[in-house]
Design a protein around this ligand. Sequence first.
Ligand SMILES: [Mg+2]
Length: 216
Amino acid sequence: MKIAVQCDFDGTVTEEDVSFLLLDTYVGPRWREYLIEYTEGRIPVGTFNKKVFGMMKADRQTMTELVLNSERVKIRPGFHEMLEYCSQKDFKVVIVSNGLIFYIEAILKYLGVDGIEVHAAENHFSPDGMTVRYVGPDGAEMEVGYKEAYTESLQKRGYDVIYIGNGASDVHPARRSIHTFATTDLLEKCREEDIDCTPFTDFRDVVNGMEDLELY
Ligand SMILES: [Mg+2]
């Protein structure tokens, strides 16, 4: 049995959504109007992100410094332990996020984490506004279904997928996974839909829960 652990980033690895910090700082309150459209299901997450990130005009260095120095960016406890546990068990960890690749890579580097597969929005910095693209496992640009496309791709490569996430958009990959670790909005969704899940507060709960799954 080959196991892959697909993990969300914002609100999962980090306690708060890093992109909210960037948008509050570089766009101001008007981006939240689009957030309402997205949370009400009127626009898909990819469309929402393209729109709001397109309003950010600062350069890479400025944004990276903000992210690495902000008190709003906190890593959920036990992240290193979870990675260590997965490495011992030979579980493949894959981060798939609707967030931006630049800050995910910067934070992982800062944490000294390397060698894990990361898929997130490709972003291009520009004084006219950032451009963002979501590239699926087949190399084609996509607008919807980004996270679950990677779940499906892992399954095609022979993996059973365990999912870790926090947000409403995580329910799509969670539905396809053999087990889900969920917090906040995702936990609520999983309970509504009767998806097999374990609640977590930090990654030590995830490690304990993986032990209890008796997959090996
Ligand atoms: Mg999230």
